[in-house]
Ligand binder design. Structure first.
Ligand SMILES: *Cc1c(COP(=O)(O)O)cnc(C)c1O
Length: 397
């Protein structure tokens, strides 16, 4: 690295600056503006002894190999740029990217399970598939569900991980991360920070050892990349890279490129979408068709609300808003968690976690707030009290 670039990398920079420059500090020195996309699956070398040494080093620590990665499953320079940038945004030493958020969570569970630490303590609600992965024990883990106050009592000698989401998918319930981190003692706390993004919350600063993202959501931000990432210390990152190498859940370099590009606008997207969300919360609150609005204290662009009427009807009537699962895109998305994102969770467990059958989850995008409200207002339909009147008039229509 050029001395000037090293200097700028050391100077503390604000989040907005990191979002645009982290992972790209060397580009000007290379005579480049956009990050290069390296699609190589293999890296030729006439020095087999050197390759053997690099493979041995990776097997020992999981550190990113010095020089070319030998083979695409060990690492990729384009993906490494995204990882470096996300680590800067989350304030961690490292980050390890995966093919999806679920691949990222799986790698964490496998890394701990390989150490004989198969027990997980988790707080509901979680994203539906994370709940399912733990409940079904698909990776040989055993889960104890508890509330934040019960974490310490739930810990066992073989507890390898404590898992929370805040704000949680889909109810937007929040936990006090600092208090939860304290309850975990020496057990690593994983915070799924998908909903908040590092723009609104940096869990590592509050004691989380692992910060997980479904990068499919806000980090990518445009609904065109499936990805996951874990931000953590270098020691844990090494184990995650080794699991990724052995199990193959790697991120494609094109996805790495798109994620790096997505990070550049992350702060402005999150702030603009959050302003839209706050406006929609204002209009939904007190609306006679809406029973309850959930919106986290830290803000953000996700809203959940319970309707008096039929939530399926609301989804069927949106026209501007996209009726689809997922979130964090530039366009506004609505979905019914009990039918889609949390369908794989047992109905009793789901309701017990506060996911009502009347709950709708709205991921607010960057459209004009007035246009969004016009669509939502129409989709919500007539106030419940007006239905008998409409029925009474039906014959005259
Ligand atoms: C979507 C999501 C996941 C899973 O991520 P994928 O990229 O879909 O595998 C995990 N956690 C949260 C909070 C999510 O919203």
């Amino acid at each position: 690295m050029e001395p000037a670039a090293m200097e700028s990398a050391r100077t503390p920079r604000a989040l907005d600056t990191e979002a645009v420059h982290a992972g790209r500090d060397d580009l000007a020195g290379l005579g480049l503006h956009a990050a290069p996309i390296d699609l190589s699956t293999t890296y030729p070398s006439h020095d087999s002894r050197g390759e053997a040494a690099r493979i041995d080093a990776f097997a020992a620590t999981g550190a990113d190999p010095e020089g070319p990665p030998v083979y695409g499953r060990l690492g990729n320079p384009t993906v490494a740029r995204f990882e470096a940038a996300l680590a800067r945004l989350e304030g961690t030493e490292a980050a390890v990217a995966f093919a999806s958020g679920m691949a990222a969570l799986s790698a964490v569970l496998l890394a701990r399970g390989a150490m004989g630490l198969r027990h997980v303590v988790a707080v509901r609600p979680l994203y539906g598939c994370s709940d399912h992965l733990l409940t079904a024990g698909l990776l040989g883990t055993e889960v104890t569900w508890t509330d934040p106050a019960g974490i310490t009592d739930a810990l066992r000698p073989d507890t390898g991980l404590v898992l929370v989401e805040s704000p949680a998918n889909p109810t937007l319930a929040e936990v006090d991360l600092r208090a939860v981190a304290h309850s975990c003692g020496s057990v690593p706390l994983l915070v799924d920070n998908t909903f908040a993004t590092p723009v609104l919350q940096r869990p590592a600063e509050q004691g989380a050892r692992l910060v997980l993202h479904s990068a499919t959501k806000y980090l990518g931000g445009h609904g065109d990349v499936l990805a996951g990432v874990v931000a953590c210390d270098e020691e844990f990152a090494g184990r995650l890279r080794q699991v990724r190498f052995a199990t193959g859940g790697v991120l494609h370099p094109l996805a790495g490129y798109l994620l790096l590009r997505g990070l550049a606008t992350l702060p402005v997207r999150v702030r603009a979408a959050s302003a839209n969300a706050a406006e929609l919360v204002r209009r939904l609150t007190g609306d006679p068709r809406v029973a309850r609005v959930h919106y986290p204290r830290i803000g953000g662009a996700m809203i959940a609300f319970e309707v008096h009427g039929d939530p399926h009807e609301v989804v069927s009537r949106v026209r501007l808003i996209t009726p689809a699962v997922s979130l964090g895109s530039v366009d506004t998305l609505i979905q019914h968690p009990a039918s889609i994102s949390h369908r794989v969770v047992d109905a009793g467990d789901r309701r017990g976690a506060g996911v009502s059958d009347r709950l709708l989850r709205l991921s607010v995008g960057l459209e004009d707030a007035g246009d969004l409200w016009a669509d939502l207002d129409r989709a919500l339909g007539e106030p419940a009290t007006a239905i008998p009147l409409r029925e009474a008039l039906a014959g005259s229509e």
